[in-house]
Design a protein around this ligand. Structure first.
Ligand code: NAD
Length: 297
């Protein structure tokens, strides 16, 4: 039976590893946190004493770690030297494109297969097994990667070669961050002009301003019952994570020589909102910054 090592069992990794185990996979889990290991045991995963022990016994190794520095350290020091020849390594964290390409290249040089596969969807999607994976790997490897990720996914999409998954993720999230600011600014203006914001929603959602940030995730409470705006902006996609992804996008743009002025503005605004103490609120709460109503949060 194939053994999947799963390293990084935090908010996202816990649900993902649990879904692999639920699908009948033999999951050997590792995290630095004891509480995370307890949750993995409860989800029918086996538990390893270290990342290298887990990698040494696995045909597939998945990592779900905070940032590029963690992924570089764990892949270079613990996984690549210990994984059996031919093992497949997949990083699902959101990290910089450069680190993704570097760890994949190091794995391939050591005779291992690799892919980057960051996700769209938050903690609820990780628990429900409905994440969208954006995969960077060689064409002839995609089918194998897709089969590994399926129990955690509503969609697995091939973005291109190594690093392309991360590129797709930061471009998508830059678009999302910018579109949410546009929606928030428009609600704030509508209110100032004496226009009922819910009526503005009804009109814009049937007009050319329509977009996902408006019609599926309205920052104004009411029109979209499932949106975090209806529960005090709790849950959803944290401002701190949006801020992280926009910073990655700006770093990538600087390295690639791309002009992304809207992305730069968006990064500055979410960083300001985070610095004011709202990093743990859903990113759509930035509406209250635009309205001058931070005290309501
Ligand atoms: P998290 O901080 O909850 O989990 C990270 C886990 O990694 C922690 O349990 C930590 O103990 C563990 N860890 C850190 N260093 C380790 C090491 N050396 N060895 C073993 N374990 C180690 O973060 P998260 O919210 O689960 O996010 C994980 C990744 O997914 C991030 O890159 C994030 O940007 C991305 N992401 C998160 C969300 C979200 O909504 N939370 C959505 C999409 C993508």
């Amino acid at each position: 039976m194939t053994t999947t090592a799963f390293i990084g069992l935090g908010n996202m990794g816990a649900g993902m590893a649990a879904n692999l185990a639920k699908a009948g996979r033999d999951v050997l889990a590792f995290d630095l946190s004891e509480a995370a290991l307890d949750r993995a045991r409860a989800a029918e995963c086996r538990v390893a004493n270290s990342a290298s022990e887990a990698a040494g016994q696995a045909d597939v190794v998945i990592t779900m770690l905070p940032a590029g520095a963690h992924v570089r350290k764990v892949w270079i020091e613990s996984i690549i030297p210990h994984a059996p020849a031919g093992a497949l390594l997949i990083d699902c964290s959101t990290i910089d494109v450069e680190s993704a390409r570097a760890v994949c290249a190091a794995a391939e040089t050591a005779g291992l297969a690799s892919a980057d596969a960051p996700v769209s969807g938050g903690i609820m999607a990780a628990e429900a097994g409905t994440l969208a994976f954006m995969v960077g790997c060689a064409d002839d490897r995609f089918e194998t990667v897709e089969a590994v990720l399926k129990p955690m996914a509503r969609a697995v999409i091939h973005a291109g070669a190594a690093g392309a998954g991360q590129a797709a993720k930061i471009c998508n999230n830059m678009l999302l961050g910018i579109s949410m600011l546009g929606v928030c600014e428009s609600f704030a203006l509508a209110e100032k002009l004496g226009l009922d914001p819910v009526r503005f929603f009804d009109i814009a959602s049937k007009s050319s301003g329509q977009c996902w940030s408006l019609t599926s995730y309205s920052p104004w409470p009411g029109p979209v019952p499932s949106a975090p705006s209806n529960r005090g902006y709790e849950g959803g996609f944290l401002t701190s994570l949006m801020s992280k992804d926009l910073k990655l996008a700006q770093e990538a743009a600087a390295k690639a020589g791309a002009a992304t002025p809207m992305g730069a503005q968006a990064q500055a605004l979410y960083a300001l909102f985070e610095a004011q103490g709202y990093g743990q609120k859903d990113f759509s709460a930035v509406l209250q910054l635009m309205r001058g109503r931070l005290a309501d949060l």
